[in-house]
Design a binder for this molecule. Structure first.
Ligand code: SF4
Ligand code: SF4
Ligand code: SF4
Length: 349
């Protein structure tokens, strides 16, 4: 991948910043010593983490909406306007990130609980940076959300949760349409049979999440008490899955492997959505029409490493193929559709 000096400077700052940021966020006592006041301007680190993350996501999403240009085109001078699908998607990303992942947990909830904004007693203090399945075994609310609401959503909309709503997906989607982000997706995303075979890793992460969830359930029902074991498993999952895989590899490696490594090989919720889409025969499909001329830009734009062009043509002759969750890990971002200059792809209604 060709990179300018400015991009290298950015990478040299970005990678250690991401690792350091997540490390301090997740392990402040370990890194800074216990008893050290880790607050900044009276606010907890979790608040600043969410504020910075939201600022990055919302500034890029807002710019895409205001610029009103096709955000997936590889051309330098883009003349095509932003499609209505992408306008809705980036508006959803902007609002969900700002309201759902920042204002409600960090500003509105504390104020509604009678605390002043500058009081540091957080209502919401999750240290998990990513989305998991095991909380579904800990509370009825999460169980209904993860095992009822999400599968119903998947049946109607496929895995669009990952490109319209999820906080981790919000960063991947927004960075993925910046100039460097598009290049990282195009040239860094692992593709081909070997890369796809590694999707089995995600199945293993999902199995681990369910195993941990069942242990938590058994413990909460007081069938068998195992606090020491649960603490150890929680520590393993926090370090290896959430920190190393989800944060260090998943975000710091954007410039090398594209924006969706964690979503493709790690996230247990993604694998669960994919499987529930297959079981429920989700209506979600991307379909190719007779306008395909076989240029292959769709494959290059896909952050999930899907060979979209293989469904659209053989030897540049259109094949009118389609795909969904039964045969791909598609998240419905619409990048392949918008990058195609002949408008040969669309979502099936
Ligand atoms: S794959 Fe997981 S982390 Fe990625 S966007 Fe989907 S739910 Fe979020
Ligand atoms: S669908 Fe569009 S981008 Fe993909 S190969 Fe066909 S013409 Fe090219
Ligand atoms: S196949 Fe198209 S819609 Fe699906 S993830 Fe890839 S680029 Fe996005």
């Amino acid at each position: 991948m060709k990179r300018s000096k400015v991009e290298w400077v950015f990478i040299c700052l970005f990678v250690p910043s991401v690792i350091g940021f997540y490390a301090i966020y997740k392990y402040p006592e370990f890194l800074l010593g216990s008893g050290v006041d880790t607050r900044l301007l009276g606010k907890n680190l979790s608040f600043w983490y969410a504020a910075l993350y939201t600022a990055v996501v919302c500034s890029i999403a807002g710019k895409v909406i205001l610029k009103n240009k096709n955000s997936y085109s590889f051309k330098a001078n883009i003349t095509q306007p932003l499609s209505s699908y992408q306008r809705k998607k980036f508006t959803s990303i902007f609002l969900v990130q700002l309201v759902g992942f920042f204002l409600i947990p960090y500003v509105i909830s504390p104020i509604m609980a009678g605390k002043s904004f500058w009081q540091d007693e957080l209502i919401y203090s999750s240290k998990a940076a990513h989305v998991y399945l095991y909380p579904g075994f800990k509370s009825w609310g999460m169980a209904i959300y993860l095992f009822v609401v999400i599968p119903v959503f998947v049946w109607f909309f496929g895995k669009r949760y990952c490109s319209w709503i999820c906080s981790c997906g919000n960063l991947a989607e927004t960075v993925g349409v910046t100039v460097w982000g598009k290049k990282w997706v195009k040239e860094g995303t692992p593709r081909g049979d070997a890369a796809n075979k590694n999707h089995k890793i995600q199945l293993a992460v999902m199995a681990f999440a369910i195993f941990f969830g069942v242990l938590l359930l058994v413990d909460s029902m007081k069938v068998v008490a195992m606090p020491g074991l649960l603490q150890k498993i929680q520590a393993i999952q926090d370090f290896f899955v959430d920190f190393m895989f989800g944060s260090v590899i998943g975000v710091a490696a954007y410039p090398f492997w594209g924006t969706r490594i964690w979503c493709r090989y790690g996230c247990p919720l993604a694998k669960f959505m994919e499987l529930s889409g297959r079981v429920s025969k989700s209506k979600f499909q991307v379909a190719a029409n007779e306008k395909c001329t076989g240029i292959g830009l769709c494959t290059q734009a896909c952050p999930m490493g899907i060979d979209v062009a293989s469904f659209a043509h053989v030897n540049k002759k259109p094949t009118l193929g389609s795909f969904g969750l039964q045969n791909t890990v598609c998240i419905g971002c619409g990048g392949c559709i918008d990058v195609c200059p002949t408008k040969a792809l669309s979502f099936k209604k």
